[in-house]
Ligand binder design. Structure first.
Ligand code: ZN
Length: 310
């Protein structure tokens, strides 16, 4: 099929959300505390509507169920990936996700969650939490029970362009002043360890200390960075990560890119600029899927894209 699948974002109001997706991505956000835009999702909590073309008005989950040939005939009940933009005006809770095995047993057969982040923009002095410093499970449990978060957690300064891979079992938190794009397994299972004592709407959000302790990896070992930049004529390609669940790359185009689509499907999220794709206008904030057999897409202009495929 030579027709891209254009998707509409699903917005999420969050206690920690902000309004920066309006200016940075050009979205008409519904709230001043919009925390997330799910731009490629078939998850029941936020199933993207197809924006135009022969399937306009249908949901991505419907397309996955009804036209599996567009996804290379991949197996599975659910579309495997979820891509979102996140705007954190305030700190997100300290959290951890289970792996597929734990989620299957303890969460009704759900999937675990491996996720990764590419930092689009952040405030001067912004930081992020990835991993912890406890040497063993006893120390980990003690530091959590005693609420000694500063002794427990790894805090790293961040800058636009940084990339983080977050395997299951990694304690993490996005913190205030950060705008990023996340690629993850299609899962919404989060164990919240600490929420800074916040009481949105007068009551605290639920914590999941027991499950959280069950799944935190101990000791934490840092993911080796794989990031590589390739300078080509007309564009730069940055390779970030390839794991069991996804491969994520970025293209910065200042001219022309022939983007080869030789995967079951390819998710393309425009993170900056404007231009055209096979003659159709594309701009920051757009997200589309190039289906199986699309061939090569010709992208022209001044554009930054983050791509993801299984
Ligand atoms: Zn997370």
């Amino acid at each position: 099929m030579k027709e891209p699948i254009w998707l509409e974002p699903v917005f999420k109001q969050m206690v920690w959300g902000g309004d920066r997706m309006r200016g940075y991505l050009g979205y008409e956000i519904p709230w001043e505390d919009t925390g997330e835009a799910w731009v490629a999702s078939a998850h029941p909590q936020g199933d993207c509507t197809i924006a135009k073309g022969q399937f306009a008005g249908r949901k991505l989950s419907w397309l996955w169920d009804s036209h599996r040939e567009l996804f290379g005939g991949l197996e599975g009940d659910e579309f495997p990936l979820l891509v979102k933009f996140i705007d954190a005006r305030d700190d997100l809770s300290i959290q951890v996700h289970p792996d597929d095995r734990y989620a299957k047993v303890h969460e009704n057969g759900a999937r675990g969650k491996t996720e990764c982040w590419y930092i689009l923009d952040c405030e001067e002095g912004a930081d992020i939490i990835v991993g912890h410093r406890a040497q063993d499970r006893d120390e980990m449990e003690r530091l959590i029970d005693e609420g000694r978060w500063e002794d427990f957690l790894n805090v790293y300064p961040i800058h636009p362009g940084d990339f983080f891979q977050i395997p299951p079992g990694t304690v993490h938190a996005i913190r205030k002043g950060t705008l990023l794009i996340e690629v993850q397994q299609n899962s919404d299972i989060t164990y919240r360890l600490y929420d800074y004592g916040r009481q949105p709407g007068g009551k605290p959000r639920e914590l999941h200390i027991k499950q959280g302790k069950d799944v935190v990896r101990c000791p934490y070992t840092e993911e080796a960075a794989e990031k590589k930049v390739f300078h080509e004529e007309g564009y730069d390609r940055t390779f970030f990560v390839s794991c069991r669940f996804y491969t994520v790359e970025k293209y910065d185009i200042r001219g022309t890119l022939l983007l080869k689509q030789d995967h079951p499907f390819l998710i393309v999220s425009v993170t900056g600029g404007e231009g055209s794709m096979d003659g159709l206008p594309v701009k920051k904030g757009d997200c589309l899927i190039l289906p199986w057999g699309y061939g090569a897409a010709k992208l022209e202009g001044d554009l930054s894209l983050v791509t993801a495929h299984v």
